[in-house]
Design a protein around this ligand. Structure first.
Ligand SMILES: NC(=O)C1=CN([C@@H]2O[C@H](COP(=O)(O)OP(=O)(O)OC[C@H]3O[C@@H](n4cnc5c(N)ncnc54)[C@H](O)[C@@H]3O)[C@@H](O)[C@H]2O)[C@@H](O)CC1
Ligand SMILES: Nc1ncnc2c1ncn2[C@@H]1O[C@H](COP(=O)(O)OP(=O)(O)O)[C@@H](O)[C@H]1O
Length: 281
């Protein structure tokens, strides 16, 4: 690993802000997850549940009506908006997470060009990245805090380069992504790399059991939930990637890498948060 990119340690991790005794849900932000095209309601539900688990005050899932059954059975705590959302109705404390199971049709493109025109904190993942790869940086028309979360396949599409070349020069790739699209980046996979405003680090945790459908959707919800609680983009990036990987490691110890499901990462989030809070007292 390049000297410039340091390994995260427990001690170096940012803190989740402590809740004051008179807290109410309005203080912890309102995450809107946009995704859930037909057949992919599960991705939307995973991301929405992760945003709640990490501490967001309110979560709204914005999806195709066919995704409703996933959400109502998996997460009755979330509220629901149909596609296309009324962006003018977003509250002041909104954070957007776009991409989990979004699909790449015209409706998805139109929603993303609206999202890109809003000065609201946002996390871009999965199909949102695939659409960005097709339409380029002009899709990001407004200045906004943006976290981007490509896996190597998505990074290859975003830079129009062969996939094997991404893995040969992951540091060069993450710099190239930031130069082309701005914002804060995690290049996922073994030893996920992070590049933010000042953040330059890699995650020593995580395991191949996390190479399973939906684990990236959980990360997206975690990052949005941390932004919603007021963490800076760099802190949300570092803490979110770390908590997600540590939760994956706990799930692998409990269940084995082969049997690990994305929903098991979700289940372990509370225990990682408690462990971190205990060392940060
Ligand atoms: N339960 C659900 O509803 C799920 C929905 N999902 C959604 O499905 C949509 C498309 O995801 P797909 O998984 O089909 O498409 P991807 O673009 O993630 O993967 C397509 C192909 O890209 C390559 N690839 C992926 N990750 C790679 C890596 N780390 N290194 C090298 N090559 C890699 C592989 O060849 C893979 O088959 C997304 O919107 C996603 O959010 C997935 O997250 C899976 C679960
Ligand atoms: N071999 C691995 N070692 C560590 N982490 C991994 C490994 N494989 C996958 N992960 C993590 O699991 C998540 C997978 O995300 P992604 O590929 O977007 O999955 P999906 O599209 O199915 O949601 C990422 O956070 C990635 O860093």
């Amino acid at each position: 690993m390049d000297d410039d990119f340091v390994a995260l340690t427990w001690e170096r991790l940012p803190k989740i802000p402590k809740r004051s005794p008179d807290a109410h849900k309005g203080r912890f932000g309102h995450v809107f997850v946009l995704g859930g095209a037909p057949g992919m309601g599960g991705a939307l539900a995973l991301a929405a549940a992760a945003a709640y688990r990490i501490g967001a005050g309110l979560v709204t899932a914005v999806g195709h009506p066919s995704a409703v059954p996933y959400l109502t059975s998996a997460l009755p705590e979330a509220t629901w908006w149909d596609w296309p959302p009324s962006f003018s109705a977003l509250p002041d404390n909104a954070v957007l997470a776009v991409g989990p199971g979004l699909g790449q049709g015209l409706a998805a493109h139109d929603m993303l060009s609206e999202v890109g025109s809003l000065p609201i904190p946002q996390v871009w993942d999965a199909d949102a990245l695939n659409i960005l790869a097709r339409f380029g940086a002009p899709l990001l028309s407004a200045k906004a805090v943006r976290l981007f979360t490509p896996h190597p396949g998505e990074a290859a599409r975003l830079l129009a380069m062969p996939l094997p070349d991404v893995q040969l020069d992951r540091i060069g790739v993450i710099h190239a992504l930031q130069s082309r699209y701005g914002g804060h980046w995690v290049l996922k996979g073994q030893h996920s790399l992070m590049l933010g405003e000042t953040a330059r680090c890699y995650c020593p945790w995580g395991n191949p059991g996390m190479a399973t459908g939906g684990s990236g959707d959980v990360l997206t919800g975690v990052l949005a939930g941390l932004l919603a609680q007021g963490l800076s983009a760099d802190d949300a990036l570092i803490l979110g990637v770390a908590i997600h990987a540590l939760a994956g490691d706990r799930a692998a110890r409990r269940l084995g890498e082969e049997s690990l499901l994305a929903s098991n990462i979700l289940e372990e989030l509370p225990f990682v948060i408690q462990e971190l809070n205990a060392i940060h007292v």
